[in-house]
Design a protein around this ligand. Structure first.
Ligand code: NAI
Length: 453
């Protein structure tokens, strides 16, 4: 019988980062995975989406190249080849995880893991079954797309992000149900590829978990580029539509129908807990998610959980940090990362990134806060790149000037947000942030413009 200090179930960013941390701390570690290494992020999420988005943006920029005096004719794209490129990227990164696991002497065990007793994990691979004995168990099984109970949601051509990411055909018309992060990223992707895109969002704004102003700016931009965007809309049915496609019926201000080749369901994700616990064993669950405390302990002794399976912020970087910190906790060490501030990024063009509080959130918490905003229209790098409208907003406490949060919609926002995250962790004020000389010409110069007003 194999014996370990730690058995991790699920090799996504939560699981493999935890495994590497554990190995670095000298724990004998096994990583159990039933599918490919890398989890949702690498195989069905962040990396494939961003790889396709990168290609699609390049295609759009090439079509607009005449602005820069460049003649680019007969430009076209091949969805099959875009898929091949995406697969290459995924494979390369997957091999990187495998190589790191090998170097760090983490055992990768292929199969389905089930917690079957205290300190026991049943590993099943086809007909083979084996019991792993371990001091600690970490669950990092992630999430899967939710399918809403909409009539017609099971029709052929109605897909989730999992299927759309593998699509090798050109799509001329796409209807997206749900204008959250997945919805708007796929809208950007297919718009850049020249498709007619319709977004139907139930809440009054796109990206309901983010600032209103960001959502409004994005809505205007998507509409400017030709998308139809409906917010506060209720989908009533999906049914066979014109030209062999699908019709999506919904009620916005009035009843509407969107015709499309595919309908993407992007209405959230659900934690994966099926088959994870043997008979008579169950940790405390709440609406399908595993409940954990601040040390990532579940209600079962020596069983921890991190990432999407615990609900909350379903982000790869949050899962990784949780995984590392959970392992450090098992070893009696303090967390390395500060969990108070987790940046959120949306890979539209321009990008969106936020951290900390919005002005409304700060005020709702009784903080006497104010904000400043720099428009990217005055930023040299933005003008020379002919990038679309955007801004940087900083939120701070009025009296002390202490930074409370930042919301960015501009080129490289997803890189720039780290500076603000660091400033928040360090408790810096806006005047301290303004002491830095930022190079010219860069997008980040606009940070100084926002700070100095
Ligand atoms: P989400 O929770 O961000 O958005 C789902 C949207 O669907 C919400 O706006 C909701 O109001 C809407 N909705 C729900 N039911 C609906 C209905 N019947 N009709 C119309 N609209 C409906 O979930 P999403 O976009 O599926 O993403 C799942 C998770 O993956 C999120 O937690 C997200 O943070 C994460 N993710 C993160 C990315 C990033 O960091 N760049 C990229 C993609 C996903």
């Amino acid at each position: 019988m194999k014996e370990y200090d730690l058995v991790i179930i699920g090799a996504g960013p939560g699981g493999y980062e935890a495994a590497f941390e554990a190995a670095d701390l000298g724990m004998k570690t096994a990583l159990v995975e039933k599918d490919h290494l890398g989890g949702t992020c690498l195989n069905r999420g962040c990396i494939p989406t961003k790889s396709l988005l990168h290609g699609a943006e390049l295609y759009r920029k090439m079509r607009e190249a005449s602005l820069f005096g460049i003649t680019a004719e007969a430009i076209s794209y091949d969805p099959g080849k875009m898929q091949e490129r995406k697969e290459d990227v995924v494979l390369q990164l997957r091999q990187g995880i495998e190589a790191s696991a090998k170097r760090k002497k983490v055992d990768i065990l292929r199969g389905v893991g089930t917690v079957c007793g205290e300190g026991s994990v049943l590993l099943r691979a086809g007909e083979n079954e084996e019991i792993l004995k371990t001091k600690n168990i970490l669950i990092a099984t992630g999430s899967r797309p939710a399918v809403p109970p909409i009539p017609g949601a099971q029709l052929k051509g109605v897909v989730t992000s999992d299927e759309l990411l593998d699509c090798k055909e050109k799509i001329a018309r796409l209807t997206i149900i749900g204008g959250g992060v997945i919805g708007v990223e796929f809208a950007s992707l297919y718009q850049a590829l020249g498709a007619e895109v319709t977004i139907v969002e139930a809440m009054p704004q796109l990206l309901p978990s983010l600032d209103k102003e960001l959502a409004q700016s994005l809505k205007m931009l998507l509409k400017k580029r030709g998308a139809a965007v409906y917010t506060g809309a209720k989908v009533t049915a999906i049914r066979p539509g014109e030209g062999g496609g699908l019709a999506c019926d919904f009620v916005a201000d009035r009843p509407e129908t969107a015709q499309a080749d595919r309908v993407l369901l992007a209405v959230g994700r659900r934690p994966c807990t099926e088959g994870l616990f043997g008979e008579g064993i169950s940790p405390l669950l709440e609406r399908g998610r595993i409940v954990v405390n601040e040390k990532y302990e579940t209600s079962l002794p020596n069983v921890y959980a991190v990432g999407d399976v615990t609900g909350g912020v379903m982000l790869a970087h949050a899962a990784s940090a949780q995984g590392r910190n959970a392992v450090r906790g098992m070893a009696g060490l303090a967390p390395r990362e500060d969990h108070r501030f987790i940046p959120s990024c949306v890979y539209t063009d321009p990008e969106i990134a936020c951290v900390g509080l919005t002005l409304d959130q700060a005020k709702a918490q009784g903080i006497d806060a104010d904000s400043r905003k720099a428009l990217m229209t005055a930023n040299g790098k933005t003008v020379l790149c002919a990038a679309d409208r955007g801004y940087i907003r900083v939120v701070f406490e009025k009296q002390s000037g202490k930074l409370m949060g930042a919301q960015l919609m501009c080129q490289r926002a997803t890189d720039m947000i780290s500076g603000f995250t660091q400033a928040l962790c360090a408790g810096l004020s806006v005047s301290e942030l303004a002491q830095v000389i930022r190079p010219h010409p860069t997008f980040s110069e606009a940070v100084n413009d926002a700070l100095k007003q």
